[in-house]
Ligand binder design. Structure first.
Ligand code: ATP
Ligand code: MG
Length: 766
C-alpha cells in the first residue's frame, strides 16, 4: 500500500495519531496521501471504519475517495463518514433532527430555492425589494450564517442594517415553519448542535478518532470551528492543502485557517511534499512561474522527474465561435490519437462561456458532460418533479407547494394563492394546512390539489424509489403536460433520466427494492465497533438509516452536482468551470477564454487580492493537465447578448516563453499592468495570423470591425490611451456593446480598472 510512495508521503501516511498539516503544491499526491492514510489506519487496526471521518470539497471528490479506499481495502464503504461538509452536516442533522429542532423530513433549499423563498418573504411582509434586493438579502443572510451569526448576534449600525437583520429573522422563522434548511444553515445548525448539546458532542468526539480534510485551504471560519470542535475529544485532525489553490475567498473561505491550524494545533507537524507526479515539466514550470507573481505565499518547491514533455500550446482566434471550432478540431485529433474522451477537459472561468462550446460538441455528435452550470437537478422539469416528491416527504414545504400547486395548470390563480398565503400567516401554519381556510371556488381547487398529493403519498408508500418517481411523474400530470408540448421531448427525456438517477442512487446507497417512504429496517452497513461505542444512547442507533430512501434522494438532489448530460457510463468530454475542476486531473486540458476581463475576471481587477485569487485560479486550471495543456482566447466574444472585445489575458504574459508554443504567430504587446499602462507602444489589434486587423468578417455574418467601437464621432480601440477628467490617464483594455450602449473597461494609472459607458463618460484620446 505504501511502497509506491516517496519518503515524505510515506511519513505523512504513517504519522502517529496527532494533528498534522500537509502543505504541498498541486499534483504532489496530497489526496493520494489522505486516502492511503485512511486505508492504512484501518488496515493496521488503529481505527475502524466507524471511527473515521473524511471531508472533501465536492461530491465528485468524495466518490473518488471512496473508490480509492475501496480499491485498497475490501470493505463496504457505504457507511463511511466520507463526504462534503454539507453532506456530512446533513447526515448529522438527520440523525439528531429533534435535538437540532428540525422535522425529520426537513428539505434542503438550494440557492435558487432560497432566493425564491426570500422573494416570497419580502412580498408577504410588504418590504420594498428595490431597497432590499433579494440577492443582496440572500448574500447578507448567508454571510452572517457562514460567520456563525444568528440575527441577534449580527451587529447593527444603522436603520438599513437593522432592517436587514429583521429580514434575516423573518426568513429564519419562515424556514423553520416550512421545515426547510438552506446550505449555510446545514453547517450552522450542525455546529450549534454540537456546541450546545454536550452528550451529542461527546459522542462524536469519542467516536471519530481520525478526521481527515482535503482542500483545507478552502474551509471557511465556521467549517474550521466545526472541525476543531469535533476533534476536541482527542481525535487527530489531518489536514492537507495548498495555499496557492485557495479559490473560494469570495465565498468566505479563509486561507488563514492553514496558518492558524499550524500555530494552534499542528506545530512541528507540517509535512511538505515537493515532487509532482501529475504533469510534465513544461506544464509544471509554466504554472510555477505564473504563481510566483503572487505575494505572501507560504512558498514551496515543486519538481518532476517526468521530463519536459510538450510545451504549453497557445491559440488566439478572432471569435469565440472560431475558438470553439478549434477546440473541437483538436479534440477530434486527440481522440483519433487514442485519448479517451473523459481524459479531455474543457475549462472556463464563467459558466456563460460553455454554451458556444457545448453547441459545437453537440452538433458534431461528440458526447460531453457539463459539471456545474445549469445542473441536471436544476432544470425546470426536474425541479417540478422533485417539488411533488418533496411534498410527499414534507407537506409543510411551502416553496415546493408554490412551485407545483398550479403546474400543470389547475386553474388556481394568483388571488387564490394570496388568500391562502394570508390565511397561512394569520393562523401561523403552512400553506398546505391553510387550505381549509380558503373559501369559494379557489378553496375547492386547492382542496383538490391537497387531495391529489395525499393520494399520491398513499399510492407510493410501498413503492421503491424509482417506482415512486415514475408514479409521481405520471400522477402529477407532468408527463402528459410535456407530451403535449412542442418542445417537450427533451424534458420528457430528462424526466426519464430522473427515474434512472433514482434507480442508480438506490443501488449505490443500499436502498434497492426498499419502500421509498419508510425508514429502512436495518443499517446496510454494520458499524464494526458499534457495540463498544454505542454504550451511550445518543447516537448509537442513528447511524446510516436516519433517512427514508425518498428523503435521502431529495438531499442528494439538492447537494449533488447532477452529472447526467451524457448517458451514464458513456465516454464523454468533461466540461466545467475552473472552480469545479479543483483536485481533478486529465490527460489533456483546454483553458479557454484567456482574455482580460474574463480571466482574470473584471470584478477582480479592482483589488490586488482579487487579482491574486484569479491567478491562483489560473494555477489550478493549468495544473489539472498531465500531458497536454492548451490555452486559448478569442478577440471577440458574445457574452450576455453583447459582443465584447478584449485583450489577451495578462496571465499569458506571465508564462515564460521557453515553456510555450504559440500556435498562432505571437504578436508582442508591450504593456505594463502595474501602475501606468504604457499608452504608447501598443500594437494595433491583430487577426488570428498576426496581421494588423482591418476588420474581420464575423462568423455570425456581421462585421466585427476589429477590436473597436464607434460612439458618436469618436472611435475607441483596445489598447488606446485615454484621459478622463476625474480618473486621469489610462488604457482601454476591453470594449463591449455598440453605439450608445458601448462600454469600455479602462485600466487607469491611478485608480485601477473601471468600466465606463462610452456614451456618458467624457473621454479624450491621448
Ligand atoms: P491537487 O493539489 O491538484 O489536489 P494532489 O496533491 O491532491 O493534487 P493527487 O491527486 O493526490 O495530488 O496526485 C496527483 C497524481 O499523482 C495522481 O495521479 C496520483 O495517483 C499520482 N501520484 C501521487 N503520488 C505518487 C507516487 N508516489 N507515485 C506515483 N504516482 C503518484
Ligand atoms: Mg488533491
Amino acid at each position: 500500500m505504501i511502497e509506491s510512495l516517496n519518503p515524505q508521503q510515506r511519513a505523512a501516511v504513517t504519522l502517529e495519531p496527532r494533528h498534522a498539516l500537509v502543505l504541498a503544491g498541486a499534483g504532489s499526491g496530497k489526496t493520494r496521501v489522505l486516502t492511503t492514510r485512511m486505508a492504512w489506519l484501518i488496515q493496521t487496526g488503529q481505527v475502524t471504519p466507524y471511527g473515521l471521518m473524511a471531508v472533501t470539497f465536492t461530491n465528485k471528490a468524495a466518490r473518488e475517495m471512496l473508490t480509492r479506499v475501496a480499491a485498497i481495502l475490501p470493505i463496504d464503504t457505504r457507511g463511511l463518514w466520507v463526504g462534503t461538509f454539507h453532506g456530512l452536516c446533513n447526515r448529522m442533522l438527520r440523525a439528531h433532527h429533534r435535538d437540532a429542532g428540525l422535522p425529520q423530513t426537513f428539505q434542503i433549499l438550494d440557492s435558487a430555492d432560497q432566493l425564491s423563498a426570500i422573494k416570497r418573504l419580502l412580498k408577504g411582509a410588504g418590504i420594498d425589494d428595490d431597497k432590499y434586493p433579494p440577492r443582496d438579502v440572500q448574500r447578507f443572510i448567508n454571510n452572517a450564517k457562514e460567520s456563525g451569526l444568528r440575527p441577534a448576534q449580527v451587529e447593527v449600525w444603522d436603520n438599513f442594517s437593522r432592517k436587514q437583520v429583521e429580514i434575516y429573522e423573518l426568513y429564519e422563522a419562515q424556514c423553520q415553519r416550512e421545515g426547510v434548511v438552506d446550505f449555510a444553515e446545514l453547517l450552522l445548525r450542525a455546529y450549534e448542535l454540537l456546541s450546545r448539546n454536550a452528550p451529542i458532542r461527546e459522542h462524536y468526539q469519542r467516536r471519530f478518532r481520525h478526521i481527515l480534510v482535503d482542500e483545507f485551504q478552502d474551509t471557511n471560519a465556521l467549517q474550521y470551528k466545526w472541525l476543531t470542535l469535533l476533534a476536541g475529544g482527542g481525535a487527530a485532525l489531518f489536514a492537507v492543502g495548498d495555499d496557492d489553490q485557495s479559490i473560494y475567498a469570495f465565498r468566505g473561505a479563509n486561507v488563514g485557517n492553514m496558518a492558524d491550524f499550524e500555530r494552534d494545533y499542528a506545530q512541528g507537524n507540517v509535512i511538505r511534499l515537493e515532487q509532482n507526479y501529475r504533469s510534465y515539466g513544461h506544464i509544471l514550470d509554466a504554472a510555477n512561474a505564473l504563481i510566483e507573481h503572487n505575494d505572501g505565499r507560504m512558498g514551496k518547491n515543486l519538481w518532476t522527474d517526468q521530463g519536459a514533455g510538450e510545451p504549453v500550446r497557445i491559440m488566439e482566434q478572432p471569435s469565440d465561435l472560431l475558438e470553439a471550432q478549434w477546440v473541437l478540431d483538436e479534440i477530434r485529433s486527440l481522440v483519433a490519437d487514442g485519448c479517451p474522451r473523459h481524459e479531455i477537459a474543457i475549462l472556463y472561468r464563467s459558466n456563460a462561456q460553455s454554451r458556444v462550446i457545448e453547441h459545437q460538441l453537440f452538433t458534431a455528435g461528440i458526447p460531453y458532460r457539463v459539471y456545474g452550470g445549469l445542473r441536471f437537478f436544476e432544470r425546470q422539469e426536474i425541479k417540478h418533479a422533485l417539488a411533488y416528491m418533496r411534498l410527499l416527504a414534507n407537506p409543510g414545504d411551502d416553496t415546493a407547494w408554490l412551485r407545483v400547486v398550479n403546474f400543470p395548470a389547475r386553474g388556481i390563480g394568483a388571488r387564490t394563492l394570496e388568500s391562502q398565503a394570508d390565511a397561512a400567516r394569520t393562523h401561523g401554519v403552512s400553506l398546505a394546512d391553510a387550505v381549509p381556510f380558503v373559501a369559494g371556488r379557489g378553496g375547492s381547487s386547492l382542496a383538490q390539489f391537497a387531495t391529489l398529493i395525499a393520494q399520491m403519498r398513499e399510492d407510493t408508500r410501498r413503492l421503491s424509489l424509482p417506482e415512486l418517481v415514475d408514479h409521481v411523474i405520471a400522477a402529477s400530470g407532468l408527463r402528459a403536460f410535456y407530451q403535449g408540448e412542442r418542445e417537450g421531448a427533451e424534458r420528457l427525456e430528462n424526466l426519464s433520466e430522473l427515474i434512472n438517477a433514482a434507480a442508480a442512487f438506490a443501488g449505490e446507497s443500499g436502498y434497492e427494492g426498499l419502500p421509498a417512504g419508510e425508514l429502512p429496517p436495518s443499517a446496510p452497513f454494520a458499524p464494526l465497533d458499534a457495540p463498544a461505542l454505542a454504550t451511550d444512547e445518543v447516537a448509537g442507533a442513528a447511524d446510516v438509516n436516519v433517512m427514508t430512501p425518498l428523503s435521502a434522494f431529495l438531499s442528494h438532489a439538492s447537494l449533488e452536482a447532477g452529472d447526467n448530460q451524457a448517458q451514464a457510463g458513456q465516454d464523454a468530454v468533461q466540461m466545467m468551470t475552473v472552480h469545479a475542476a479543483k483536485g481533478l486531473e486529465f490527460k489533456a486540458v483546454f483553458v479557454t477564454g484567456l482574455e482580460e476581463g474574463l480571466f482574470p475576471h473584471e470584478n477582480s481587477l479592482l483589488e490586488q487580492s482579487g487579482l491574486e485569487e484569479e491567478r491562483r485560479l489560473m494555477y489550478v486550471a493549468m495544473t489539472r493537465a498531465r500531458e497536454r495543456l492548451y490555452l486559448s482566447l478569442a478577440q471577440s466574444r458574445m457574452l450576455h447578448g453583447q459582443t465584447r472585445y478584449a485583450m489577451r489575458s495578462r496571465f499569458l504574459e506571465e508564462v515564460p516563453e521557453e515553456h510555450v508554443k504559440w500556435l498562432t504567430p505571437r504578436v508582442r504587446e508591450s504593456r505594463s499592468w502595474d501602475g501606468g499602462a504604457a499608452s504608447s507602444g501598443w500594437n494595433a489589434p491583430r487577426d488570428a495570423f498576426g496581421r494588423p486587423d482591418s476588420g474581420t468578417t464575423s462568423p455570425r455574418g456581421g462585421r466585427v470591425g476589429g477590436a473597436s467601437v464607434t460612439v458618436g464621432d469618436q472611435q475607441f480601440r483596445i489598447g488606446q490611451g485615454v484621459r478622463h477628467a476625474r480618473f486621469g490617464e489610462g488604457t482601454i483594455i476591453g470594449l463591449s456593446g455598440q453605439g450608445q450602449d458601448a462600454q469600455a473597461q479602462i485600466q487607469f494609472q491611478d485608480v485601477g480598472a473601471k468600466t465606463l459607458a462610452l456614451g456618458i463618460a467624457k473621454l479624450d484620446v491621448v
